[in-house]
Design a protein around this ligand. Structure first.
Ligand code: PHE
Length: 511
């Protein structure tokens, strides 16, 4: 299997790539907004608890699974499990689906970066964020062109291989991103009224008290939001960390590496929040917009609110705009290449299994072309602006209604991801047992967490994941569907446990 798969040039290179995968759009528009809406500091604490007891543990599990088997998710699950072999497919399907919208959003970033750059060069009068965004959305061919451009960048990086492409890009990209983030933070905090934004993010209950939202979400919703966000943000249950782990040397310390990835991702998410939310809120207040009407999350935060902030800065705004969209673009690319790599690695491993050597360049090209087909659909839909039919519109299922981006997001991040994570936890904890993972962890001298790992993977991970999955299923079916959500979530967990406990693999290992 080793034949020309390649591997990381150094542990730090691996770390940069894994952090690059984790730090993405989710950190910039997801985390700060969800944190503000869901109780500020309280959300942060819940997020951190979930990150330590569930995310960190699954991160170790995924890196170990990849490294132990030396293959991407499909081969890895096949090698270790008899009941959960098919999860590997889920872990290749989800990244592919995520790329359908990730590449469109990456394309939007290129478009905005170029616009700000040309404003900078020609001192053109800036156009309002609202006009810019709606003209971009209603110009499907334009969006497709920029999506293609984004995919070409990914293609060129992934074609270069693990150390020659992915590692190289991230080793430069991640420090650059960090540096730009610090510059934007300084600018953002210097704006008058920035403090309101900080309060929204950090002070418990301030979102309601300060008029940002009307009612606080329930604790169940907060748990599901924090859990879903944590998974997406750490690139878990998507095959990404299994794939990156499969290229990692046996001597590396998985525990230390996992801790660094989780900590770095959380720090960058918080920093991204401090970079964007105070600026967005300060600008809104200066314009006399009620805080409840300022878009602080999702695509509108990036492409409407923040563009208006840059516009209001005068000439220097175009410079900050260029810098900011470049930063977001780097974050998007570094995540996208990990998603592309999951799918590409599958084909490369598959060929190796058949005794053939796949041509990496050609595999990556086909993967990117396939992504382009689904991404074109999302681009054409333009977040629902162009009247493209969306599945479920006729069925009236809440989670399917809005637009193709939401639909794809619901399928991958919403359902496949928590389902995959729940079943993976059950597989590691109850079918093959935590010790097989710990053996792999020990080869890189990661010790001292055995007891914690055993308890977490057996009990806390399934419990946490049932909560997240149930919350997501409820959301999928719309308001008042909590009973269906929790019923299905607990049901799936029970079936999974029975499958694990009666698995032939378990009996074989017990002997
Ligand atoms: N972690 C990325 C983000 O925060 C998204 C991602 C998920 C990337 C899964 C790779 C795998 O945006």
């Amino acid at each position: 299997m080793e034949n020309n798969r390649g591997g990381w040039g150094s542990n730090i290179g691996f770390l940069m790539a894994a952090i690059g995968s984790a730090v993405g759009l989710g950190n910039i528009w997801g985390f700060p907004y969800k944190m503000g809406r869901s109780g500020g500091f309280t959300f942060l604490i819940i997020y951190l608890l979930l990150a330590v007891f569930v995310g960190f543990v699954i991160m170790i599990g995924e890196l170990a699974l990849g490294r132990r088997t030396g293959t991407g998710p499909i081969g890895a699950y096949h090698a270790v499990s008899s009941r959960f072999k098919w999860i590997g497919w889920l872990a290749v399907f989800s990244p592919f689906i995520i790329m359908s919208f990730y590449s469109v959003l990456g394309g939007y970033c290129i478009e905005y970066m170029s616009l700000n750059l040309s404003n900078l060069a020609f001192r053109a009068a800036p156009i309002s964020g609202e006009d810019l965004f709606s003209s971009m959305l209603t110009n499907p061919w334009g969006s497709v062109v920029f999506t293609v451009l984004f995919l070409v960048i990914c293609y060129l990086i992934n074609r270069g291989g693990i150390s020659g492409g992915i590692e190289k890009f991230n080793t430069v990209g991640m420090p650059a991103l960090f540096f730009m983030l610090v510059i934007i933070i300084v600018k953002s905090l210097s704006m008058e009224g920035a403090i309101e934004g900080l309060k929204f993010m950090f002070v418990p209950g301030y979102a309601v008290a300060g008029g940002f939202i009307e009612t606080a979400p329930s604790i169940g919703t907060v748990l599901a939001t924090a859990g879903g966000q944590m998974f997406f943000s750490l690139s878990l249950a998507m095959g990404a960390m299994i794939t990156y782990g499969s290229y990692l040397g046996k001597q590396e310390n998985l525990v230390k590496n996992s801790a660094i990835i989780v900590i770095a991702d959380t720090i960058v998410a918080t920093m991204a929040g401090i970079a964007v939310i105070p600026a967005a809120v300060a600008h809104g207040i200066q314009q006399g917009i009620p805080v409840g009407e300022i878009a602080l999350g999702g695509p509108s935060l990036l492409f409407v609110t923040l563009q208006n902030v840059f516009n209001s800065m005068g000439d220097i705004g175009a410079l900050f705009g260029t810098l900011f969209y470049l930063l977001v673009l780097i974050a998007a690319i570094s995540s996208a290449i990990s998603l592309v790599e999951v799918v590409a690695t599958f084909f490369i491993d598959h060929a190796a299994q058949k005794g053939r050597t796949a041509n990496r360049g050609r595999v990556v090209l086909y993967v990117c072309l396939a992504i382009l087909v689904e991404a074109a659909l999302v681009a054409f839909d333009g977040l629902g602006s162009n009247g493209v039919w969306v599945p479920g519109q006729s069925l009236g299922i809440a989670g399917w209604n809005d637009c193709w981006l939401d639909f794809m997001d619901m399928l991958s991040e919403g359902l496949a991801m928590p389902l995959g994570a729940l079943l993976m936890g059950i597989m590691v904890g109850w079918e093959i047992g935590p010790d097989s993972t710990l053996d792999e962890v020990h080869s890189g001298c990661g010790r001292g967490i055995d007891g914690f790992f055993r308890i977490s993977i057996k009990f806390l991970v399934p419990l946490g994941m049932v909560l997240v999955l149930s919350g997501q299923i409820s959301e999928f079916f719309g308001a008042d569907a909590a009973t269906i959500g929790y019923g299905l979530g607990i049901g799936i967990c029970a079936v999974g446990l029975i499958a694990a406990l009666t698995s032939p693999k378990r009996r074989e290992l017990k002997k």
